[in-house]
Design a protein around this ligand. Sequence first.
Ligand code: PEP
Ligand code: MG
Length: 589
Amino acid sequence: MNRDKPREMILKGISGSPGICIGKAYVVDREGVNIIERYPVSEAMVPQETDRFKNAVAKAKKEHARIIQALDKDVSETLNILETHMALFKDKMLYGKTIETIQKERINAEWALRKVARQVKLMFQQVDDQYLKSRVNDIVQVSDKIMSYLLGARDIKIADINKRVIIVAHDLSPADASQIQLELIKGFVTDRGGKDSHTGIVAKSLKIPSVFGLARATASINNDDILIVDGSSGIIIINPDEDTLFKYEERLARFEAYRADIERDSHLPAVTRDGVALNLMANIELVEEVVSAKDNGAAGIGLFRTEFLYLDLERFPTEEELLVKYKELVELMNPEPVTIRTLDINGDKFNPYIDPVEEANPSLGLRAVRFCLENKDIFVTQIKAILRAAAFGNIKLLIPMISCMEEIIAVKAVINQAVLALEQDDKIFNKDIALGIMIEVPSAVLMADELAKQVDFFSIGTNDLIQYSMAIDRRNRRVAHLYQALNPAVLKMIKMVFAAAEKNNIELVMCGEMAGDPINIPVLLGFGLKNLSMNPASIPVIKKMIRGMDFQKAQSFAQKVLTFSTVQEITRFTQEEYKEILPYKEMEE
Ligand code: PEP
Ligand code: MG
């Protein structure tokens, strides 16, 4: 081995999305906001600490002035916002209070700024005035900008990266991930993140290998280090030696050949050897993904996550804007069905413009339907747009995170309100569309029999069902080992939901990531699930598997699975029984 070269190092994380990539590292944030430390400052050092803060503000202001200067004067709205920010840099509440906090509490500038920014945010949030509420984000942006100068970090935008690299970040939000330019970014790895987080879901649909939860990635990797990202096994190799590089180049070639091979057959139907047909649909986040859904052979959109249209904006979209998008989507998919899920905001998809309240446990907070029922005008606007788009194609309406009967009753009242408003306005719309709920909270599983009487279909959201039943945060790497789709408790719940749907004769779909992971398919088929919706990229693999399976055998297999009490036994049993058809065999040496 060449002694001058840095030593090879392997880090183990959590698989975010499958595939292998090899390339140069590009570290985007060594100083994530989450690692701001609090430390005391001696009395003698207080003036120096205050100056450090003032310097950071001056630099941030200078940079800001440069941006304003360079701005095209026609974009007056942007100019207004930037000028508001300019004033905020020296605002008494933020600037004055931070200096006061450094001096009074004798703490470091970063901590003081964070504390003050939070207090100001809270104050703005409590006022009723919508305009003032929306100013919260200005505070966030200005304090973030100052913070980046305090920390000495440059503010790098994912969308601005212009080299072919592998991104190394402390954390990436789903919105960051959706900014990735496919032709430039080979893959990405993060310190934080857990299993089936929304960032991983975005990475899968972009077909970019990713590994999360590495803990020490940003600390161990330098810009331009050579990296191997093995998204399928959840490991990365930093500065691989020649043998490793050679081995992975071969694996990469095999993986690409394998993917090309299965994609060639993606249009064949998903029918088992004994003639049972399954319906494989796609989960998408953006209308643009229809192409990928169709290319991968989807028989419809089983889940359209609508929140990304909201996350990209700095205000709520109007009914007309939503209608344009939904209409485009159904027309592109016609005559195949499109299941539009209403806004599932908060949890890990947070936008301060939409809801500036920071919650201690966002996954357990005012998320999804809970947020919509508290913000009826926003909910009615979305439902009106969906009902109007339904006049142009085959739409189903899906409500996320229902946890009790009262919520579905309240949702129906909102739908009626939307219908009445559309009638009054003489709009063309279609109210005879199927209404479904996501089953993703354990209380809904237990009430499935009663809930089934209220709706036309169920869609099992295993990402959250696993999160909420195992009591683990989807984004938390430290408990990712407990994120177990094949946990007997999870399987029992799926079986219960299936029984309730069958008894009440309503359609059942599974749209969580569980449906797109090959290891889970035998038991799901054995339970009798016929409608699976998944990341478009997973459809060809699952189709190929199904074509090699027997429904009869899967049924007895599933019965036996229910006799096991650990996930290890179930996994081992599945691997033994289905070793011939489980994919990625091609990848083994
Ligand atoms: C789920 O929870 O399984 C699901 C499909 O919804 P999301 O991943 O958007 O929370
Ligand atoms: Mg969910």
